[in-house]
Design a protein around this ligand. Sequence first.
Ligand SMILES: Nc1ncnc2c1ncn2[C@@H]1O[C@H](COP(=O)(O)OP(=O)(O)OP(=O)(O)O)[C@@H](O)[C@H]1O
Length: 931
Amino acid sequence: MDIPVQIAVRLKPPGIADSLQCIFSNPVTQIVITESGQTFHVNRALPVDCTQVHLFNSFMIPQINCFLDGCDTSVVVFGQSKSGKTYTLFGPGFECIHSECDQGIVPRFLSEIFHKLSQMPEREFILHITWMQVINNNIFDVLGGGLVRCCNIEEAFQYLQLGWRQRCHGNNHTVFTVSMEQKWVGTNGVLNHRMSTASFCELAAYPEPGLFALENIIKELIAGNPPKQINYDRCILTAMLRDSFGGRAFTWVIGCISTEPEEYQDTLKILNLCLCCRGIKNFVTVNLFADNNTPVYSEKTLPSDNAFNLQFATAQWIKLVSNAEGLFNKILQSKSVSDADMSQVSEWLFLKAECDECLNNDISVDNKEANTKQGLPRIAEDTEPSEPSESDVESDSEDSDSETVFQDKVEKMMEYFREKNDQLFADRCEDYLNHIDSDDITISETSGSQSLPILTSQSNSGRRRTIQPGESLSGAQLELLRKVAANAISPESQKIIIESHKKEIDPEPKLIERELLKMIDSPKTNEICKKYKITKEKYGQKQILARKLSKEISTSQSQLKELINLCISKKRLIDDLGKSISNNTRSKTYTEKSESNLIDIDAIKEIKRHETNVKTYKKQIDQIKRQIKKDEKRKNTLDVELLKDKLKLDELSETSVEIKDKKVHTIKHFTNRITQLDSILKEKANDLANLELSREKELMLRKEIKNLRKTRECLHEQRCSLGHKRKLYKSLSDSEERKILECEEAIEAIDTAIEYKNNLICGRSPSASLSDSQDNKDSRNRGEQMLMARLDKLSHDEIKTLLYRYFQKVVDLRGACAALEASASAAVEEATTWRARAAAAWRHAQRSRPTTNRCLVGNMDRALSLGLTTDSETSDDAMRLMDRMRQFARCPPVPVIPSQNLRQLMPATHLPAAKVTKEKNKLVIVQQKKH
Ligand SMILES: Nc1ncnc2c1ncn2[C@@H]1O[C@H](COP(=O)(O)OP(=O)(O)OP(=O)(O)O)[C@@H](O)[C@H]1O
């Protein structure tokens, strides 16, 4: 199946956070974008913060499945120095300090493979790893043991740790391979036997011959050259990557790139190289062994009726296939179909040839003796040099002289190797033959259930996708290995091996057993038994020896493999050297020719002049480019500065607005404060003015009080003189009596006025009792409320007049009261005299009529009260007394004016004269005109 090489790009996170990036990736659209706007479409555009897990999961899972199915896979990492190539493949390291999350593709791949295999117990597998580094076109084995077998993940990690410590640092290529042979019987009873190789390659960061060679191969592949015509053996790296580019592997190329603007040009180069790989198509296929698909057991035996049908169908099928083959051959010759169809047709023909070959081999094997049935003949790949390529032929003819020296050296080394190898084999075989006379060692070969069939025979035919049992290397290494292996084992050693095999298969134990059986029948049974025991012991010992020997053989085989590896590398080195020498000679001949063909010196001069011009132009272009780069950088920095300035400006404008707002706010605050203070000032001024005014008022009030006191004193003097007069003369005239009352009332009014004014001076409310408070208002009855309302409406003069009238009225009332009091006291006196008289009359009556009026004794008081008397004179007096009493009782009490009402009256300095008279129950106040 044609599968194009897949491309992934991973950006290394910038060293400093938020630093400038010259390249970006979009994982959604799978596009990588450069700072200049150039876009690159890839299969995976991994983000800058891509984790190791994400990287692995994004494309390695299909690779793992492919690998388990028996296909080759490959991961090739390109990138600048320190761009994360090693980190991507292996991680930061395998020490305890590193987290599992940071593990790269290789350790994850191994873990996943072992995990999956643990879930497939039916599969037998052998897994090997290799870790090679290519330094200056030389192979350095990092693990030191070539192919290293790993049975579990623990072992694999131990080798990873070892390799991590032993690897070389510097500008070199690293190739890590995992090869696995698997064998399992499917549910249909068919054997599956597969071989797959996963290679992980980290390419050198800086340009070097290997990298150039790889670039050239990539270019050739893109140009459409078929892989068969491309010389992969031009250097070790390209030979190792034969399957990755234009080969059989399912390949992912990862471009590890830096985002630093300083490395922009290198980044572009890497990106372009990765994109070139996108055009390469690999032919991915399952690597099968010859015994693959052979039925191990049949699920159900076919019914005998179908046997004929099956035979017929097979015959028909063979006819059809051969017809198709003829047709396809014609099509191939005519070249009338597209390239893709052509490759499909050739693929079909190839498979057909493979099937024919298998069938022929099977038939020939069936015809042969059992001792030759050690395994299927080894099948070589069609790229083997049995059919040397054009390039090889050319090179052979061209550089025969220079190569002979190296060829001789190689021959010598090969000879030396052969000798050593033969000696080793001869020694081993001698040992073996000495110890084992004719024992069967087939048991030891099949005893290990884990071990798979071992490489035993040479290749003799060309076939590409089928591998022989025991083959554990893949690609170019395998081919070279086979090539050398074919020459490495000398005919002598092969003879020895065949002879030893013949002996191994010789059924010696069966003869002994037959002899023993014969002996059992004879009478010498004891002897026979002894002999049998001894023979059996011998047999056991020999078996042990045989096992030992087989082990030794396998170790010597691995040694042989190593030696072959060594030979391969040496041969390659020699080839390379030869090629380089031939190139040199070729270039030399070219210059000679050119010299001989010199046409015109002027033309050459002209060309040289043009060349120098071109060089200067190039220099100028470079200078301009550099200038442009510098300008761009400057522009970028200026842009950044501009942006910063803009941000600053924005900030400043924001702050200025804030400051303005603050200022407006403070101004408002101050104006408020000022107005507040102004109002306070005004209040204070008012207060001051009021204070001055109040002082004036106070002075006035004090004066008034002073005057009032004077008036009061006068009045008091008047009252006192009149009182004195009354004492002297026992009575006064009516006017004088009234004068006394007026004085008293005026004094009382003046006292109230003085108290009122004093309260005003002291700042107290003039009088709580006088104020028209709410309580007072509430307590007043409706009549009073109406009166107060009317009083409020009166003018000052009217009030004055009214007050004066009331004053006169009060004086009148007091006068009337005084008169009443006097008459009352007179009446009381009169009553006491009457009582005395009544008592005297009672005593007199008692004395004259003591018996007749006894019934009245107990009721004296009642008789008195009723005015009843026995004496005519006293009874008259009693009657008069009773009348007087009734009169008093009928008289209404004298109205009492509350003093507080009187206090309300304002003192009148110039009181108008008024006359108060009493008419029945009414007081009549008449104002008199002033004189
Ligand atoms: N994606 C990444 N995330 C975190 N660290 C990384 C990443 N890529 C690289 N590094 C770190 O950067 C450093 C350099 O990486 P690394 O050694 O893998 O680069 P390299 O390309 O292999 O370098 P060289 O070409 O010199 O071998 C290492 O310390 C590695 O841990």
